[in-house]
Design a protein. Structure first.
Length: 281
C-alpha cells in the first residue's frame, strides 16, 4: 500500500468513527440506521447520474453486497440496542479485519508478508482490547449483544471482500460505489416500513440534519475504501480502516473528556504498532 493510499484510508477511518457516533443519537438504533442508509442513497443518486452503471459482470457482486449490508445494518442496530458503542464498536470492527485476512488469503489468494500479517493481528487485538471498557447491563444481555457484534463482524468481512472484488470486476470504483449506495437504501426502507409503519418512522424527522451529516460521512468513508481496494490488497485496506476505533477513542478522551485508562492506552499502542507494521511491510 503506497503512502498516499495509506493516508486516504486513515481519513476514511476518521469519518467512519464519526458516523457511528451518529447512530447513538436519541433515536431507535434501527430507525437511526435506516435514516443513515436513506441519506447515503439520496446523496449517491446524483453521483450515479454522473458515473453511470457498472458493467454487467459487476452486478452479481453488487447484489451480494446489498444482502450482506442489510444483514450488517440489522445486526449492528440490534447490538447497539443492547449495549454501548464502546463495547459493540470495537468487537465488530476489531474482529472484521482478521476475518477479512482469512477470506482474502483463502478465497482470493492474495499474498501478504509476515510483517503485514503481524501488523493486522496486532491492530485487531488492539481494537478488541478497547471493548473491555464497555461492559454494561446483565451478563445475559451482554452475551446477546456480543452475539450480534460477532455477526456484524462476519457481515463486514463478507461485504468487504465482495466489494473489493466487485469494484475490481467493474474496472473502476465510482460506478460500483454509486449504485451500491443507492440500492443499499431500498431494502432498509422497506424493512423499516414493515417493522415500524409510517407512524413509527415519524421520529426520524427530528434527526434529519444529523442523519444527512452521518450519511455523508458514511458514504465518503466507504467510497474511499472501495476505491482503495482496487489499488491495494483488500486485507490491508480493511485493517487500516479499523483504526476508526482509535479515532473514536481519541474523540471520547479529548472532546467528551472521558478518562484515558491504562486499557485504552495499551489498546491504542497495539493498534499504532500494528499500523506501523502494515505500513512498513
Amino acid at each position: 500500500m503506497t503512502f498516499p493510499v495509506f493516508v486516504i484510508v486513515l481519513s476514511a477511518a476518521l469519518l467512519h468513527a464519526g458516523w457511528n457516533a451518529v447512530i447513538k443519537v436519541r433515536l431507535d438504533p434501527f430507525l437511526a440506521m435506516t435514516l443513515l442508509c436513506a441519506a447515503c442513497g439520496l446523496i449517491a443518486l446524483p453521483a450515479l447520474c454522473v458515473t453511470g452503471l457498472p458493467p454487467a459482470a459487476a452486478w452479481p457482486w453488487v447484489a451480494t453486497s446489498v444482502v450482506l449490508h442489510l444483514g450488517y445494518y440489522v445486526c449492528l442496530s440490534e447490538a447497539y440496542r443492547r449495549a454501548d458503542m464502546g463495547q459493540i464498536y470495537p468487537i465488530a470492527r476489531g474482529s472484521a479485519p482478521l476475518l477479512t485476512v482469512v477470506l482474502s488469503l483463502v478465497l482470493l489468494h492474495e499474498t501478504m508478508s509476515a510483517g503485514a500479517l503481524a501488523g493486522v493481528a496486532l491492530l485487531g487485538c488492539g481494537v478488541v482490547l478497547l471493548s473491555l471498557r464497555g461492559h454494561r447491563h446483565s451478563a445475559s444481555r451482554n452475551r446477546l449483544a456480543l452475539g450480534f457484534a460477532i455477526l456484524t463482524a462476519i457481515m463486514i468481512a463478507g461485504y468487504t471482500v465482495v466489494d473489493g472484488v466487485g469494484a475490481r470486476t467493474a474496472g473502476q470504483a465510482n460506478s460500483y460505489a454509486a449504485v451500491l449506495f443507492v440500492l443499499d437504501a431500498l431494502p432498509m426502507l422497506v424493512l423499516c416500513l414493515y417493522r415500524h409503519g409510517l407512524a413509527g418512522m415519524a421520529p426520524m424527522r427530528r434527526f434529519l440534519l444529523p442523519g444527512l451529516a452521518g450519511g455523508a460521512m458514511s458514504l465518503v468513508a466507504y467510497w474511499i475504501v472501495i476505491w482503495a481496494m482496487t489499488v491495494a490488497p483488500i486485507a490491508l485496506v480493511a485493517a487500516v480502516r479499523e483504526t476508526s476505533v482509535v479515532f473514536a477513542g481519541l474523540i471520547a478522551v479529548f472532546i467528551l473528556k472521558e478518562p484515558f485508562s491504562r486499557v485504552r492506552a495499551a489498546a491504542t499502542a497495539l493498534t499504532v504498532l500494528g499500523l506501523v507494521l502494515t505500513r512498513l511491510f
